[in-house]
Design a protein around this ligand. Sequence first.
Ligand SMILES: Nc1ncnc2c1ncn2[C@@H]1O[C@H](COP(=O)(O)OP(=O)(O)OP(=O)(O)O)[C@@H](O)[C@H]1O
Ligand SMILES: [Mg+2]
Length: 366
Amino acid sequence: MSTPSRRTGGVADLIGRKQVVICAGSGGVGKTTTSAAIATGMADRGLKTAVLTIDPARRLANSLGLSELGNEEARVELNSSSGELWAMMLDAKRTFDDLVDTYAPDEQTRDAVLGNPIYKQLSNAVAGSQEYMAMEKLHELHQEGRYDLLVLDTPPSRNALDFLEAPRRLSRFIDSRSLKFFQSTSKVGFGLVGRGTGMLFSVMKRATGVDLLRDLSDFFNAFGSMTDGFAERARHVEALLGDSRTTFLLVTSPREASIQEAEWFAKRLREEDLPFGGVVVNRVREAIGTQPSPQLDTELAGLLGDKLGGKVAQTLGEQVALADVDAHNLADLTRRLGRKPTIAVPEMPGDVHDIEGLRALNAHLF
Ligand SMILES: Nc1ncnc2c1ncn2[C@@H]1O[C@H](COP(=O)(O)OP(=O)(O)OP(=O)(O)O)[C@@H](O)[C@H]1O
Ligand SMILES: [Mg+2]
């Protein structure tokens, strides 16, 4: 593939020759925006990039052409770019279905799993399934090797590390005794189920007409014949996360709570021996360059009248104070991170929802 120069400063330096960038961090800090911006910026630098995004704000999704898409990549028109930008919105359910499609030994098993009510619930609701599926897709695209760079956005999860544990959790589930239990239950019948549980199931069946136990064991039996493929994939996915061609970027706001979470996350990445690239501190509030002073107050009052002038002076004072707090937190973080770089991105005047906005952000990211 093309060998454009990647070393053009900022986040580009940090990415270097990596093939996978994972943007992680707590909820609402700008993971999706940063992922899209990085993919755009690297495409502008000549690479063929893909951003795998999760649940983007509607306007960003629209401007990336993602509204009518399922689980396939779509090319995003970048005027005057030497590279290519592709985007896809991850649809956990579809990816799970695709996997079943791949690993089911025959059509009958596939249909049995896909049509099973338990599967329908499970594939939507299994803790971490969205995270796991994001990782699956990432791995698949990486294997195919059609892109110079893949940028993965991570979902807003209560625990920002859910997605790291997702491959393992799925493997554990597959190896779990509950799976074996339900597989054997369908062969032996109700006899194996404890009396209480058996009664519960039969009451439920009478009350709802849903034979939950049957559904469960049918499901686990069909699922069981595919678990080798799943477990192996989960291992590959885990290997990709720790690969030297992968880097994790932590995204945080300059607020103290968010920074603390980012630091804790960084610690976890180190403990897990995962490649940690650096931190993007997003939406840093900046002072406008004028410091409040009694002289300025007088000037403003003269210009705008006492009331409005006073309000402007007050707002300016607040802005300066907020910018001070952010600058202080940023400096603290930079010091504590040691050798790992921090990249500060200011609060933009409006929402970032199109290529133009992403490029404006990139003036700071790169
Ligand atoms: N530097 C910025 N300046 C102004 N607005 C921003 C900036 N970065 C992000 N935003 C806006 O903040 C909102 C949240 O950003 P985004 O969706 O990227 O966060 P997220 O971390 O992906 O959230 P979630 O955890 O819900 O997925 C969006 O409306 C986005 O346009
Ligand atoms: Mg997001």
